[in-house]
Design a protein around this ligand. Structure first.
Ligand code: C5P
Length: 397
């Protein structure tokens, strides 16, 4: 998700770096456009550092080849103007294009969301209110400013909302127009731990990265997401309901509870690396080193994905297949054995992909096709996978 943040020259521009960071915490990429006055309130150098150089502050700079502003506008999934001064609102409403923010606004085709911030009297003046009405009539979103103490010493409407609220408003706008808007998605992620005694367990190297990335991508597409995850070090994404579990049995129980709810999920994605076996008996006390132990009797864990699919309560069930060989054949077999709409298959044991890595290379295997995606970050892959899942949901609807 790429956000183009247009910053205009009011005192609230000093909050721009915080706004950039708040979007980045939500894993959005951010580029900035500044009016010449904004650049007097907030340092373009600070914004360049935070965004990795993605700042447009001078249409005539040597490095600006004359199309940079179009590229910024083209790449953006949403343009956010914060703070929007009375002057900038007038420019946007009347189609000016004489500086980076209004120019980008005119060149953009993505949704645009405007956060006015100014003195209360200015905000209430007819020209400003008429310009705001004009922008709303054209389908742009304008969020009324907060009321409170203003930098000019006045108290009243005119404050820029805090960065977290700006991010929430933008996320809500995007989710409402997202492809999974109104859908429920249940995802399992991470490893499970199968305890032998109170201090030892059987597990695997899954970090949950792929499942967490899918949860974020589904949330960004507008879905209501529940993420049931085993022990991982990452914090759950904002805006996702996370349920932490330990063993395969716990995970199975947490999933079953969601499946049996009055409104079961539309989509189930089994991204967890669930242990297939668990010790048949868990010792209540720590096993001693000198106690003879030649073997640990094991028993099968419940197959969560197969159970969800067989319940018939979730129209689109998706599984993962991590294989060391015959990746596609194994994925096809899993697809039909577990009755799935899609299997995301990858080869494990290769360097720098799969378990615990930020990148992966996967094949999307369905009944009629195999789509091989080139190596990409798990966040990028998650977006592609979620868009494929949205197609499947549309087809069963
Ligand atoms: O059968 P196999 O373990 O190879 O299938 C892998 C897929 O099944 C993954 O999507 C995984 O999340 C899911 N699975 C599960 N419960 C298990 C084992 C695997 O949901 N006990």
């Amino acid at each position: 998700m790429i956000v183009l943040l247009g910053i205009s020259g009011g005192i609230a521009a000093y909050k721009a770096p915080e706004i950039v960071r708040a979007f980045q915490r939500r894993t959005y990429q951010v580029a900035c456009a500044l009016t010449p006055d904004a650049a007097r309130f907030v340092s373009p150098m600070v914004l360049r550092t935070l965004t990795g150089g993605q700042v447009l502050d001078d249409l005539f700079a040597a490095e600006e080849t004359g199309i940079g502003h179009i590229t910024f506008a083209d790449r953006a999934d949403v343009m956010v103007v914060a703070p929007a001064t009375a002057q900038t609102i007038a420019r946007l409403a009347h189609g000016f294009a004489d500086e980076p923010v209004s120019l980008s606004f005119l060149a953009a085709t993505c949704p645009r969301i405007i956060f006015p911030a100014m003195n209360s009297n200015m905000w209430q003046q007819a020209p400003v209110q008429q310009n705001v009405a004009l922008l709303r009539e054209r389908g742009h979103t304008v969020i009324d400013p907060d009321s409170g103490e203003l930098a000019c010493g006045w108290t009243g409407p005119g404050r820029l909302p805090d960065p977290e609220r700006i991010v929430r408003e933008v996320a809500a706008l995007l989710a409402g127009s997202g492809r999974l808007s109104g859908r429920r998605v249940l995802i399992t992620a991470g490893p499970t731990r199968e305890f032998i005694d109170p201090v030892r367990f059987l597990s695997n190297p899954s970090t949950g990265k792929m499942g967490f990335a899918l949860a974020e991508a589904a949330r960004d597409a507008g879905a209501q997401v529940v993420l049931v995850h085993g022990p991982v070090t990452m914090s759950p994404p904002d805006g996702v309901e996370a349920v932490a579990v330990v063993s395969a049995e716990d995970m199975s129980a947490a999933v079953e509870r969601r499946i049996l709810e009055d409104e079961p999920p539309d989509v189930f994605i089994g991204a967890a690396a669930v242990a297939d076996y668990t010790p048949a008996d868990r010792s209540p006390s720590k096993l001693k080193k000198d106690q003879p132990l030649d073997a640990i009797p094991l028993q099968r864990t419940p197959d969560i994905l197969a159970t969800v699919s067989a319940s018939g309560r979730v129209p689109v069930c998706i599984g993962f297949a991590a294989e060391t060989n015959d990746v596609i054949d194994n994925a096809r077999e899993k697809l039909s054995r577990k009755g799935l709409a899609l299997v995301i298959a990858n080869q494990v044991g290769t360097a720098d992909a799969g378990f615990a890595h930020d990148h992966n290379e996967v094949h999307l295997v369905s009944k009629d096709s195999v789509v091989s995606l080139p190596r990409a970050s798990k966040a990028d892959l998650a977006r592609t996978i979620i868009s494929t899942i949205a197609d499947l949901v549309d087809n069963v609807a």
